[in-house]
Structure formats: C-alpha cells, structure tokens
Design a protein around this ligand. Sequence first.
Ligand code: HPA
Length: 265
Amino acid sequence: MSKSAELAQLIRARAGAEPPEYGLVLGSGLGHLAAAVQGTAIPYSDLPGFPHAGVSGHVPQLVIGRLEGRRVAVFGGRAHYYESGRADAMRLPLEVLRALGCRRLILTNAAGSLRPDLPPGALMLLSDHINFSGTNPLIGEPSDARFVPMTAAHDPGLRAALQAAAAAEGLPLPEGVYCWFSGPSFETPAEIRAARALGADAVGMSTVPEIILARFLGLDCAAISVITNMGAGLSDEAISHDHTKAMAPLGAAKLERILRRFLGA
Ligand code: HPA
C-alpha cells in the first residue's frame, strides 16, 4: 500500500470514512478557522511523513469534520520550501487529501501587496501566479504526468463561487497575480519593482508549489491571499514575520465570512 493510502486509512479510522468535499490550507496567522470545524483534530505528529510545521503562526494539525454543513479537511499548518529546500514538502499531505476522496482545494496565505488599492487587511483572490522561485515541486517526478498544464490552474468555477460568496457578504474580493519568492528573507525593494514589472499584484512564500501539486493530483483549486503589508519599499512600515502574524487577523475575519458563505452555498 502507498504511504498516502496508509495514512488515509489511519485518518478514516479516526475521523470517519466520508470523503471531504473541500481541503483547506490555512496560512500564517489564519489558523483559527480550524477551531470552528466540528470534528476530529489529528496532530501532524500522528501522521508519519507530515511536515513538522515549524513556522510560528501555524498550527500543525489536520482537522476533519463539518463547517457550514460541508465535510472539510483543514490543514492548520503547511510546510514551506524555505524550511527544507524541498519544494514538494506538501506533496504527501495533498496525496493523502486525494486518497481520502477529496477533489477540491482552497488555499490561503499571508502576502505582501504591490498595489495601493490592496492595503494591509485586504483580500486578493488569485487569478493566476508567477513561479519566481526557480524550482518546482515536480522536479524528479518520473512519470509523464509531471508535464502538468497550468493554463487554468486557478479554477474558474471555484473562483466564480468565491466571488459570489464575497458579493453575498458585501465584501470586495479583487483578483490578482501572486508571485512566489522562495523566502525566507523578505524581498528587496528592487525585487518588488521587478515583480510589479512582471505583472504581479502580490508576493509571498507559499501556495504556488501546492497549486502545482494539486493540479498534478487532479484537484481543482483556488487561493486567497490576506494582505498583511505593502511590499518592501512601497511603504515606511517595517516588514517582519511578527508584523505578518499581527496583521493577518485583520483580513482573517473577512476571509472566514467568505469561506463560510462559500461552503454553506
Ligand atoms: N513578502 C513575502 N511573503 C510575505 C510578505 C511579503 O511582503 N508578507 C507576508 N508574506
């Protein structure tokens, strides 16, 4: 049996066999949504091969249960490329999600903004992304399935449903392009200007490898950024991880309303 099938079996034994309709990955400072799920929390440490999510602001557990009546699997923490140098650090968790029978994935993250109309506290729905990291989570994958088309990686149907949920809540949900930098250092002002010139609207250190892996695994996906700061050089505010964690709750309340409305629809 594959490792993901084994872990799926273990998770079913603890949380029940009903497949999750949605997987949700929670970004820095956005973990509290997991607490709203009625169900079973399984620490990553009980799931061999899951990341020992070592980034503060993340809660390393998988919560399977119901949110707004939908069966969901919520990943409270993610592994980032910058923690290990492995761009495929989230491959096993996403394989397990697929093995549980899930077909849809919603990713969230904290991001820096490149647009004055996206200030800290704003949300941005990813319309597309730029992989600016120089790596790819599918490097080393031997099968031809590695040649994943990325043309509609950010699923138009899921995006439309998230837009409808935001509109129903009376919340703006502008769309934009997210540029993946490897981190863990923040960008320089010159890198931020370069990202803007390339067509990016926000920058961050996650999500893109997960989108690539999700498409490889046949999951439909969409992602929302919570803007926690302006990109380096675009404001006088100092950029730090503490600042990210402190600012994330500003957007998290809006994100939760949109996700609840989306799931309940
Ligand atoms: N850059 C990269 N990642 C981030 C930022 C940023 O400015 N803010 C939050 N995550």
